[in-house]
Design a protein around this ligand. Sequence first.
Ligand code: UT7
Length: 325
Amino acid sequence: MSQKNYSRIIGTGRYLPEKIVTNVDLEKKVDTSDAWIRERTGIEQRHIAADDQTTCDLAEQASLKALEMAEIEASEIDLIIVATTTPDKTFPSTACLLQQRLAIHGCPAFDIQAVCSGFVYALSVADQFIKTGMAKCVLVVGSETLSRITNWSDRNTCVLFGDGAGAVLLQASEEAGILSTHIHADGQYEDLLHVPSGVSKLPKTDSIEERTMAMRGNEVFKMAVNTLSRIAKETLDANGLQKEDIDWLVPHQANLRIINGTAKKLKLSPEQAVVTVHKHANTSSASVPMALDEAIRDGRIQRGHMLLLEAFGGGFTWGSALIRY
Ligand code: UT7
């Protein structure tokens, strides 16, 4: 009897909220300039959720598009994993809320919190479920409303982030598939990128800084560049492959300079890196699945291509996935 041990991507989807905030709009709020933001980050605009729009709303839209592409019914899903740092509620998990929206009941559903690496973490967990036969059809979503934890008067952070969601449907298959996933964390860098308070750690004051993202950008930048090229090597080595075997780099979209630097170290042409950061800034766990969806839908990524997904973020966390699409 044949084994169905690979996780194969059968559908992808993305959703960006309607409202767009351009760099020029931000020039009116903080001491910044369109030129500075473009030059240092590559970002041109970001999408911001409406006041009544939640992370689950964005996740639902992205998931429906993935289901449509896969041409399957939601009832075929037997596991839902949502990666998010900005859940609708403390509980239930956003994955449970999403399950209810999709009108399916009974399958396991849970959230993963690994900030910008969340989607790669979720993909890795989903892959283990499929490999062991515990699941046959997994919905993996990265969805964020980072605008809710952004200090809109801090120029160091507010120009960098946006809202959005990306979804991927994985199905057990005899054909590859996810070839390997690699996930890591190092908690000692907590203070370089964090929100100082949360559910259990109460804010010490009423100040907005206690409830919003703080980042020592330059230090994070250096760590990101070094760590991402290290994990690319780890991933290729684990599969006995060379840099030339990669067709597409599908990276976390935080900063165009980081993406270009990683592509260069992998000896890829700039065109082989899927870049979407200019359109929606850093959407944390949503950025990798949104970039993947864009390049699949516009025909760049074709069946049989070799994809390297990778991400780095708060924690620090980092991870990668090598996929034969
Ligand atoms: O997704 C999780 C991982 N996150 C990342 O990977 C983000 C990593 N970090 C970065 O992308 C970059 O470090 C930033 C885009 C955040 C900053 O770029 P940078 O080239 O590292 O700039 P910097 O932090 O060294 O700051 C350079 C200057 C500073 O002014 P002085 O001290 O040189 O006078 C900043 O105050 O730029 C200033 N600055 C700004 N100026 C205009 C910082 N933010 C802004 C701004 N507009 N928005």
